[in-house]
Write a protein that binds this ligand. Structure first.
Ligand SMILES: *Cc1c(COP(=O)(O)O)cnc(C)c1O
Length: 436
């Protein structure tokens, strides 16, 4: 069995896969606080027209503009599909473990896949500036680079605690030319109100989203908002991961129906949807019996413990209400190192798949996740982002449960590298990592 596939340019798909028409039930409409349905025009205040069209599209495949395919090629897509042979040997498993490695993208994670698409469509519609939030800085740095490539300005509201504790990602965003403000900031009225109450306010992702939206609404149309996860159009853009993986597996003799487990970490759900939805398409058509395992932190258990109900995407309640698994928009997550997994909700489409038991959620504690990350680094060389290490931990447990003789294929998404997250690894190695 081959250790890796090649990275042929023609493996980069020409269309994204939209799961919306294939879901076992319709996504409940987005609502306004008074219970009425949020109109498309409202979304067009925040997002580019083409992105809104994609958000509500019922087409199964949506064409990727040729120019955008070129950007994907330029940054090195298709990303590698590799076999974790040393991990298999170490575990003594007969399972075959493959992973898609998105950490090779500039800025270090899968987030660039949608960042460049969003910057592309906004630029084409004459938008001058994008405004967004970032937690630890993965999303902000991906969008900062996308803005730089497309010639569109980027303003990032970075969760205040991370702004001061993780200066390296801020420097990366500034290197790519973005303006970065600690959130709560003094440039929005919501930020000023919170700072007035507590000048040392640590901030949160929900607060930063509220500030970015206020900034866009006050821009008079010059600026639009960009979101790094949760919404349909964001998940759509990420499906290039799974579409590439299917072709790469085929190249080395593994058919879609041979994949037994599709595993990934879930914050808002975009990298996991990106890898898994093209496989889920085959599952929904009855062509495979693969199991879909979605991994979250025990400290932010939106899928395993959250309620399925309408909730806001942000803290201030400026976004429409989405029906999703949520811990509540005022949930304050503990300060775990996997910053990208600290969001209170998960994507509406993924929530439906969880409800129908097509996707099985599992939750892990921080220490066992870092232990898995360290093991993976020592065996395979790649230091996983703390987010991705959640997937690694689940894969190890799945492989350990395989009986001798069976040779199932386990496929997971290594959504990013952890080279800017070594602080968490340091704490783990010094035995001072809190086990939340
Ligand atoms: C942001 C991030 C995640 C979580 O976000 P999703 O939208 O659920 O993918 C996972 N891994 C990495 C490396 C991230 O940067």
């Amino acid at each position: 069995m081959e250790l890796r596939s090649t990275q042929k340019p023609e493996f980069v798909p020409k269309s994204w896969y939209n799961i919306v028409p294939d879901l076992p039930e319709k996504i409940p409409p987005y609502l306004l606080p008074d219970g009425t349905i949020a109109k498309r025009e409202m979304f067009e205040v925040l997002f580019s027209k083409e992105l809104v069209r994609q958000e509500f599209s019922e087409e199964r495949f949506i064409k990727i503009p040729d120019e955008l395919v070129e950007y994907y090629l330029q940054v090195g897509r298709p990303t590698p599909l590799l076999r974790a042979r040393n991990l298999e040997k170490h575990l003594g498993t007969s399972a075959r473990i493959y992973f898609k490695y998105e950490g090779v993208l500039p800025a270090g994670s899968h987030k660039f896949n949608t960042a460049i698409a969003q910057a592309f469509f906004n630029k084409r519609e004459g938008v001058e500036r994008l405004s967004t939030e970032t937690g630890a800085g993965q999303w902000g740095s991906a969008l900062a680079l996308a803005g730089s490539l497309m010639g569109i300005r980027v303003r990032v509201f970075m969760v205040r605690a991370s702004y001061y504790q993780k200066p390296l990602r801020r420097v990366l965003m500034e290197t790519y030319g973005a303006e970065v403000y600690p959130s709560p900031s003094t440039i929005t009225s919501f930020g000023r109100k919170l700072l007035g109450e507590n000048p040392e306010h640590p901030g949160s992702l929900g607060i930063a989203i509220s500030e970015a939206i206020e900034d866009v609404v006050n821009s008079g149309g010059a600026a639009k908002y960009s979101l790094g996860s949760v919404l349909n159009h964001v998940l759509l853009h990420q499906t290039i991961i799974g579409l590439e993986a299917i072709k790469q597996l085929e190249e080395i003799g593994v058919g879609v129906e041979d994949v037994a487990f599709v595993v990934g970490a879930v914050g808002g759900g975009s990298n996991y949807a990106g890898l898994s939805y093209p496989f889920m398409m085959h599952r929904l058509q009855g062509k495979t019996n693969a199991r879909f395992i979605a991994v979250e932190p025990r400290a932010v258990p939106s899928m395993t413990k959250g309620r399925y109900e309408y909730d806001y995407g942000d803290t201030a309640g400026l976004t429409p209400l989405l029906k999703m698994h949520t811990l509540g928009h005022d949930f304050v997550p503990p300060p775990i190192h996997a910053g990208g997994l600290r969001y209170h909700g998960v994507a509406p489409s993924l929530s439906i798949l969880v409800n129908h038991r097509l996707v099985e959620p599992v939750a892990y504690g921080q220490r066992e996740v870092f232990e898995a990350g360290v093991l993976f680094a020592r065996l395979q060389g790649i230091v996983p982002a703390p987010e991705s290490a959640h997937a690694v931990k689940a894969v190890i447990d799945i492989a350990r449960g395989i009986r001798g003789g069976e040779k199932p294929v386990i496929l997971f998404n290594l959504s990013g590298h952890g080279l800017l997250d070594l602080k968490g690894y340091e704490e783990f190695l010094k035995n001072s990592l809190p086990d939340t």
